[in-house]
Design a protein around this ligand. Structure first.
Ligand code: HEM
Length: 407
């Protein structure tokens, strides 16, 4: 889209959310999250495409109570730019709300389409239930394709806003500055003493120090669960790490289940691919996890070993990064024979990528392939091996697989 038009849309969204009558950054963030957080990877249903929250049964999901307000606030932006879908506007508003409240810039691409009826509405029950614990959080977020680190980073969205008794049955704010996006939520979670609130409402927690703040049972689960807790501690002491991980995870969330052009991380590669050779199109297909026949067909039209000029990344890097097991098997197999030990401009091999993002199927396939022994020992520009990255990012299953691999 024309950058000048994007700037105008940003300004109009800001004016809708922040004006003499209202500061709606928190609830706009929640709208974007609930529009996207219904995604289910296995069935490729749910997600923000379609702006289905306007229709029943999604509109009446008790989890979405109050969200008609930001939808109505944003209606004028759609009226001004009718070619920009409501699905784009709802998600963009969440991304901008974080930024306008002082948080990181969230990667975002336009391209969602609006449905005209509620046929694609997901059933109730896909959004998390705040009265539950860490197993439930994993059920909900793993279903979308997130890992533990991303669950904790995303939960940091509670640094904004508050609970409203009339909407959720919970009451109160998480921080003393609920209109500012920072890492106070994690600092409060770690440093304050949390006691169960004595009242007639839902089970929730109050800070013993001021008695003014609250945590939900799902927030407390991040502190008590041994795999979540290290990320809470990291984000409490390192706001930059929180901003970086939140931006990545929230950008990913907003793109779930949307057309490929909405993937903010793929957009740059796509722009490049559209300008260039068949090998770029082949690499892009590997990145998106296209079907085996399609990848095979594209491979037959180019040199599948060719590297992306600016990043020195192969098709194998692309598939490993996003965790497409079937593509990896084809790429390293006898037919195409891509090597695992090719290092990109950051010194990462495809094995580094699969280890960092926790894709066990990809790691297993690559360990049996040409160049695996060298890749296991290869150090990237930060001096890290694939095993170092697996440990650093808490990918315990990968650490075990690497330990078991005899090279
Ligand atoms: C981890 C699971 C989550 C649970 C169980 C949960 C639950 C809740 C609940 C019960 C409320 C109160 C709603 C109300 O009464 O108005 C709330 C508010 C909010 N949530 Fe979450 N949430 C979760 C994750 C997230 C995520 C991933 C984000 C964003 C990245 C987010 C952003 C917000 C914001 C900004 C508010 C405040 C809204 C306002 O002030 O109107 N939440 N959440």
């Amino acid at each position: 889209m024309d950058p000048q038009k994007v700037e105008c849309i940003r300004a109009d969204v800001r004016a809708s959310l922040f004006n003499r009558k209202v500061i709606a950054f928190p609830i706009a963030t929640r709208l974007a999250w609930h529009a996207s957080g219904t995604f289910e990877r296995s069935s490729m249903t749910g997600g923000s495409d379609g702006a289905t929250m306007r229709f029943e049964p999604e509109a009446a999901d008790p989890a979405n109570a109050g969200l008609s307000i930001p939808r109505d606030l944003l209606q004028n932006v759609h009226q001004k730019y009718p070619d920009v879908s409501l699905a784009d506007i709802y998600t963009l508003a969440g991304a901008l709300a974080v930024e306008f409240a002082g948080g990181p810039r969230i990667p975002f691409q336009f391209g969602r389409k609006d449905d005209t009826n509620g046929r694609r509405c997901p059933a109730h029950g896909r959004l998390p239930d705040a009265s539950q614990g860490s197993d439930h959080l994993r059920d909900v977020f793993y279903r979308m394709g997130f890992d533990d680190r991303e669950i904790v980073a995303l939960s940091g969205g509670h640094t904004l806003g508050r609970c409203h008794f009339s909407r959720s049955g919970f009451d109160g704010k998480w921080t003393h500055a609920p209109l500012v996006f920072d890492n106070s939520y994690f600092k409060n979670l770690i440093t304050l003493t949390w006691e169960e609130r004595k009242w007639d409402g839902n089970r929730q927690f109050t800070d013993a120090e001021s008695g003014e703040l609250m945590m939900l049972p799902t927030d407390i689960a991040l502190k008590t669960d041994p795999a979540f807790r290290p990320w809470v501690e990291l984000y409490a002491r390192d706001e930059a790490a929180f901003f970086r991980d939140f931006a990545d995870a929230f950008g990913k969330l907003l793109a779930l289940g949307t057309p490929p052009q909405c993937c903010p991380f793929a957009a740059k590669a796509k722009a490049h691919a559209s300008r260039s050779a068949p090998s770029a199109i082949f690499r892009e297909a590997c990145m998106h996890g296209s079907s085996v026949p399609e990848i095979r067909d594209l491979a037959s039209k180019c040199d599948p070993h060719e590297l992306e000029p600016h990043s020195r990344r192969s098709a194998l890097h692309k598939a490993a990064f996003w965790g497409h097991d079937h593509a990896i098997k084809l790429l390293v197999g006898p037919e195409l024979g891509l090597r695992v030990d090719v290092q990109d401009s950051d010194g990462d091999t495809a094995l580094h990528d699969a280890c960092k993002f926790g894709h066990p199927g990809c790691v297993r396939a690559m360990l049996a392939a040409n160049g695996a022994a060298t890749a296991m020992r290869a150090r990237n520009k930060q001096g890290k091996t694939p095993a170092d990255l697996a440990s650093e990012y808490g990918k315990t299953e990968i650490v075990q697989i690497l330990r078991g691999a005899r090279m």
